[in-house]
Design a protein around this ligand. Structure first.
Ligand SMILES: [Cu+2]
Length: 124
């Protein structure tokens, strides 16, 4: 019995240490997230997204490019406060909740030089 216990403890330890070499476990996207992907060529994977329903929503952000990208929402010239997703490298994901009123939003990446990374999000 004692042997069995220590065996499973070391398996758990191995599993926890497996993979990337970082101490934090890899983040995964919530299954209910609305996912936007950054792709090569300083682009999002679509020019427009939605329509989605107004209210609380969880966004997921996925990086299929090799450089850092961010995900910010703006309505007109006003950025939605306290909401920013960051994916630093290929394969990274980030997610977070935000509550949106109906309207047309712009999805922006604010990394310097990425000013043409823009897409439209329709909320109704
Ligand atoms: Cu970018």
């Amino acid at each position: 019995m004692k042997r069995l216990l220590s065996f499973s403890a070391s398996v758990a330890l191995l599993a926890a240490c497996g993979g990337g070499g970082t101490s934090a476990p890899a983040e995964t996207l919530p299954t209910d997230a609305f996912v936007v992907t950054a792709v090569s060529g300083l682009l999002f994977d679509a020019k427009s997204y939605g329509p989605i329903t107004a209210g609380p929503i969880v966004f997921g952000y996925k990086n299929e490019d090799s450089i850092r990208h961010t995900f910010i929402l703006a309505k007109g010239d006003t950025k939605i406060p306290n909401f920013k997703l960051v994916v630093a490298k290929k394969g990274d994901v980030d997610s977070g909740p935000v509550t949106l009123d109906a309207g047309t939003y712009t999805i922006i990446c604010d990394v310097p030089g990425h000013s043409n990374m823009k897409a439209t999000l329709t909320v109704e």
